[in-house]
Design a protein around this ligand. Sequence first.
Ligand code: TA6
Length: 297
Amino acid sequence: MALALNHPKGASADILLYGATVVSWKTATQINPQPTERLFVSAASARDGSKPVRGGIPVVFPCFGPPTHQEHLSLSQHGFARSSIWSWDGAIHDADDKLSVTLTLEPTDAIRAVYTRPFHLAYIVTLGQFELSTELRVKNMSGSNIYPPDNLEFQALFHNYILAPSSEVLVTPLKNITYFDKTESTPEGKAAPKVETRAGVDVRKFTDSVYEDAPQSYDVTWPGGGVEIKTSNLKDVVIWNPQTEAGGKMGDMEKGGWERFVCCEPGHVRGFASVAPGLTWVGKQTISVVHSARRHQ
Ligand code: TA6
């Protein structure tokens, strides 16, 4: 099932209950009044819930990449949130010239079979005239009368597939930020950290970089277009594009799809976020369209 948000000023967003995946976000700019798609979804993507959508904004929780935490070892890459059916109360909230919906996820039998921690997720998607926000709230449902406190440890990330020409797109500002290059032969974490020297990060070659303690606000721009991504409580960011080298081996990546997107993925993925019993962790991003594209040299 999918739900649609249609803003009175022309923007729209489509969200699958499967994975709470935003699969379309269309908006105009102040220059071009025609609402235009801002996200990439592979034409070869599964759309039947048989596997996570190859595109849009998959929600990554409770682990990023192959699991490393003791409590995550039965999980598949990027965790279960993006391949679970979320619930929606049917309500579309209209306030401050924005529309929003809240999707929720609680342990199901399928989740409990691979993950035993008590949690409650709420995912709020908000559509404005020129921006889209996604906010993940992670509540630790453990009893607070347990000693030592049974903190919930997890990773979370918004796996944004931004529609962009991968041969020309640049992501800023990442200069001087420490990152881990997952394209290196050794698994991330064993690869020596590097320091970004480029003013603008491109993805002209196969790129899979995990930036730690990053600026939490990014410009993703190309000649004639761009988006800004402003985040809160998401200390890291991943920049990924498989190019032919890795994209050509992905069964659900349309031929040449890697030429049409950059993944700019804010999250908490280096180390683990931790939330005490009864408390809630909140991570949020706001993606807004750039009205007059500026080129970062
Ligand atoms: O976010 C980048 C990344 O971790 C890459 O290493 C690549 O695996 C990508 O995610 C896609 O992962 P997926 O499990 O969706 O094929």
